[in-house]
Design a protein around this ligand. Sequence first.
Ligand code: ARG
Ligand code: ZN
Ligand code: CA
Length: 254
Amino acid sequence: LTGVTQIAVVVHVLWHEPHENIADEQIASQITVLNQDFRRSNPDAEQIPAPFRPLAADAHIEFVLASVDPQGRPTSGIERRQSEVSSFGSDDGVKSRASGGLDAWPANDYLNIWVCPLGDGLLGYAQFPGGPPETDGVVILQSAFGTVGTAAPPFHLGRTTTHEVGHWLNLNHIWGDDGTGCSGTDNVADTPNQGGPNAGQPVFPQVSCNNGPHGDMFMNYMDYVDDTAMFMFSTGQVARMQACLDGPRDSMGR
Ligand code: ARG
Ligand code: ZN
Ligand code: CA
């Protein structure tokens, strides 16, 4: 693994109520979290249980707000729109101007992040590699974005975006998306086979699917625990993200 891939980010802010028009500082706080989590420089990595610590890996990916827009003009990497839509859903409506959102910037060059009010208890959702460019990127609830401003516990440490960008780079949920069964897989060899999702702030160890004594890697960004309880990608997950950057997303970064 050589070098670091730098990914240009555009943040599309859709707001209905004024408080949803999050400040530049809240956006900057999210970029900081991404750069910590994908470089394994997150301060809470020290909380990784000892048996899993050797597996916690640096993804060698960095994120920077775009400085040039698709027309070649200087940009802050942030665009904003007051929308008549008071709450978006998982139907990609936020991703086009015609439905009250903002259009994607070219998916070969930018990671598109939409930040907006979301309904149905959704914290966020992502499009995996290989989908239509018009809807490529991640969507994040404004109160689960960044670490300041409207960011609200227990999703106030920017980990929803870390999790969704994991999906965008082809990572599956760590429990294998088979409900609570033991037959699903995340297609990563070094994450223990795990029953279902964990939630809240689990105490180590959480054993399922005969994965004792160390149990589930519930402190992984691709589980469903609180933001304060997730702090690692594994070596195998990093290999999968790098394969994505060498494959379907090889146009990203330098
Ligand atoms: N896609 C997940 C959801 O919307 C996001 C989970 C993020 N978890 C977190 N601790 N921030 O339910
Ligand atoms: Zn997910
Ligand atoms: Ca499972």
